[in-house]
Design a binder for this molecule. Structure first.
Ligand code: ZN
Length: 184
């Protein structure tokens, strides 16, 4: 992959923000996407009987859900209306033959791949907020975007720490040591 393609994949487009409401609308879209993808990753890892990684992703889904709630509350409290329609989508893995569709996470087979996908997207979220924080002239947007960027940096560190436990795809990763557990 060329570095141009890579940076395009990696760097999300940063929207034009005319006020704090715009930032909150875009942040909400990003956090909702992260919550949903993590919940899906958790389910996927649970299906593959990897309870450890499933639990880590469940934890991330909860963390991102807290952000969603917090942002919704801010929007309500500030009585912001006319917010832009915002979308944010995770990207797929940057290597591998099956990396085309991030919406279909079922191509992910190993905890390592799932964690790599999470890492790419946490870095991308950090980049997104960081770009906003460093490029805006609005002090309110700058402060909040910097705060969000800091939180995403913590998520990057969390995922990196988990990855140390799964250095690479292990042939035996799905060996069934424990019988499947029925989820409620
Ligand atoms: Zn995050």
């Amino acid at each position: 992959m060329s570095s141009a393609t890579e940076s395009k994949l990696f760097r999300p487009d940063v929207p034009r923000l005319d006020g704090i409401g715009d930032l909150l609308a875009y942040a909400l879209a990003l956090e909702v996407e992260a919550t949903e993808r993590y919940a899906e990753l958790a389910e996927l890892m649970a299906t593959h009987n990897n309870r450890d990684v499933a639990e880590s992703f469940r934890k991330m889904a909860r963390v991102e859900q807290l952000h969603v709630d917090e942002i919704r509350k801010r929007i309500e409290q500030s009585r912001l209306t006319d917010l832009p329609t915002a979308h944010f989508r995770w990207v797929g893995l940057t290597s591998g033959p099956e990396s085309t569709d991030p919406a279909d996470l079922h191509y992910l087979m190993t905890p390592r791949q799932a964690l790599e996908l999470a890492l790419i997207n946490e870095k991308r979220a950090h980049q997104y907020y960081d770009t906003i924080a460093t490029s805006t002239t609005d002090p309110e947007i700058k402060a909040l975007a910097a705060e969000f960027a800091e939180e995403e940096k913590e998520h990057v560190a969390l995922v990196e720490a988990w990855m140390e436990k799964y250095p690479e795809a292990d042939e035996d990763w799905d060996r069934d040591d424990d019988p499947p557990v029925l989820q409620d």
